[in-house]
Design a protein. Structure first.
Length: 209
């Protein structure tokens, strides 16, 4: 992850400064900042960053942030998009993930959560700070045929833990972890843990601890 470059987009200059300091703790260099989505697009095209952090405060004349995420994800698939949200609303978070964000961080939380999200996405896993009610999680998981153990393992995998780390944490063999993950991939119609984590977030399967 060392040596990554980022563009930060937000309408609040003070927040831009906070993000720059936080990213430096994750060995990420901010190569440009913008107060609008349009300017952010220009910076991405000109400076080719590895990462773009998109805040919730934009010019009201800009197209919606979700549309921007979708267009940018399609046009620049090699740029990791992290959305910063003012809200913990699970629906809004799922919309951002569906539009192309690799991670969502709640702005009111500890700014260092952003550094964690950067580290998680750089390892091709996904990070979701906001909580989804456990009842909604259980209903969605059951609707897709996932067992409680499969959801538990998928949640740990989405946090960036290896199969060996998961096995040690929940007191099972690594082969058992692989077995449950394989079943999860099949039920969600994906090929690997990256796809499973993303699909689970979109479907609201993963909740808080």
């Amino acid at each position: 992850m060392s040596g990554q470059k980022a563009v930060v987009i937000d309408g609040h200059r003070a927040w831009l400064a906070v993000v720059e300091r936080v990213l430096s703790t994750a060995s990420v260099e901010v190569v440009g900042s913008a107060a609008s989505l349009r300017e952010g697009t220009r910076l991405i095209e000109e400076r080719g960053p590895d990462l773009a952090v998109v805040g919730p405060t934009m010019d009201e004349n800009e197209s919606g942030a979700l549309s921007w995420l979708s267009r940018t994800a399609a046009r620049h698939p090699d740029v990791t998009l992290i959305a910063v949200s003012d809200s913990r609303d699970p629906g809004g978070i799922r919309d951002a993930l569906a539009a192309g964000a690799a991670a969502v961080v709640v702005k009111s939380d500890d700014p260092l959560e952003l550094a964690t999200a950067v580290r998680q996405t750089s390892e091709r896993s996904f990070f979701l700070r906001a909580e989804v009610p456990q009842s909604a999680t259980a209903t969605s998981a059951a609707g897709h045929g996932l067992t409680k153990r499969e959801v538990e393992i998928l949640r740990l995998a989405a946090q960036g833990m290896s199969n060996a780390e998961i096995a040690k944490k929940i007191w099972v063999t690594e082969q058992t972890v692989k077995f449950h993950l394989a079943n999860t991939y099949r039920k969600l119609g994906v090929a690997n843990r990256t796809g499973a984590a993303r699909q689970a977030q979109l479907l609201g399967i993963l909740g808080g601890d």
